[in-house]
Ligand binder design. Structure first.
Ligand SMILES: Nc1ncnc2c1ncn2[C@@H]1O[C@H](COP(=O)(O)OP(=O)(O)O)[C@@H](O)[C@H]1O
Ligand SMILES: [Mg+2]
Length: 288
């Protein structure tokens, strides 16, 4: 018998459980978009990922989740030492990584409650095969109702089709509800503020802080200071032209909110040139 590890404190946990992205290169449709992004997120930590539009922030998240359009050409992504790139997207979710999408997909015909019951069962019982028992309905309903109350979401929401005809704000709340139910080890929140008014961002920020319970590692991709209000970043990363050019503390996020990215571009001319190059490619595509 293996002796239980009794001195497994929060601290030792946050030191060992990491999502480690190393020198990640990603291409979309054969075009290089990320050219060497590295970051290490530990459980319990909050990181902010900032950068101008088109710098590659969503690409980083989608590549980590295994979106088929985002081809990892080199580099590695490891969760507690396990190579995530070898796993299918659903296996990555079962391993404990979650991403709230900037533009979530609608699934007409599938009710939120059914979707969440499947997803939650799969994540909690990683070895479950398709067709095997789901979390019992009563138990699941009770838990879902509790989370919806906590997040101030109308109970009617559970009966609607996933993201079908949802407003921007409703979509973001659906993502936060998923986060609350799945309780992943690591969460990537891609602009969970976009399209929300100031009050809604405030509520989203408070909700995220409440449901993560200090144990999740969170990478918040945002332009909005308010989302960080209740989730002060331990670490701030700045992406420009497909690479992370600076990593700092919370004061870096504050500076970027206040002053924008001109200073970063001036300090990193090579990445700024890459940014201009990507923009040119995009314009040519739009024309041609
Ligand atoms: N699915 C895609 N098809 C074509 N180009 C894409 C796709 N996803 C991202 N890109 C391109 O990759 C670059 C980075 O995009 P993205 O990661 O969405 O940036 P950000 O999230 O920082 O705004 C952009 O030039 C964008 O046009
Ligand atoms: Mg994006």
């Amino acid at each position: 018998m293996i002796a239980p590890n009794t001195n497994r404190t929060n601290e030792s946990m946050s030191n060992t459980e990491t999502l480690k992205i190393t020198d990640l290169h990603v291409a979309v449709e054969g075009k290089p978009i990320l050219c060497g992004a590295s970051l290490t997120l530990r459980r319990g930590e909050t990181h902010a990922l900032m950068g101008p539009n088109g710098s590659g922030k969503s690409t980083l998240g989608l590549a980590v989740m295994g979106h088929p359009a985002y081809e990892v050409t080199s580099g590695s992504v490891e969760l507690d030492g396990v190579d995530l790139l070898e796993l299918d997207p659903d296996e990555r979710a079962r391993a404990g990584v979650f991403m709230a999408f900037q533009r979530p997909m609608a699934i007409p015909g599938v009710k939120m409650a059914d979707f969440l019951r499947h997803a939650t069962t799969n994540v909690r019982q990683p070895d479950r095969k398709e067709g095997e028992e789901l979390i019992p309905m009563r138990e699941f309903r009770k838990e879902l109702r509790g989370k919806m109350e906590q997040l101030k979401i109308d109970p009617e929401f559970a009966r609607r089709y996933v993201n079908d005809g949802f407003s921007g704000g409703e979509m973001k709340r659906a993502e936060i509800l998923q986060l609350a139910m799945l309780q992943p080890k690591f969460a990537i929140l891609d602009e969970t503020d976009s399209g929300l008014d100031a009050d809604a961002v405030k509520l989203a920020s408070a909700s995220i802080a409440e449901i993560r319970g200090g144990e999740m590692g969170i990478l918040i991709i945002t332009h909005h200071e308010r989302l960080l209000e209740h989730n002060r970043p331990d670490v701030t990363h700045v992406m420009l032209g497909g690479r992370i050019v600076e990593t700092g503390g919370p004061e870096l996020a504050e500076e970027l909110h206040r002053d924008g990215f001109d200073r970063v571009r001036a300090d990193h001319p090579k990445a700024a040139a890459q940014e201009a190059e990507l923009e040119k490619l995009q314009k040519e595509e739009a024309v041609g």
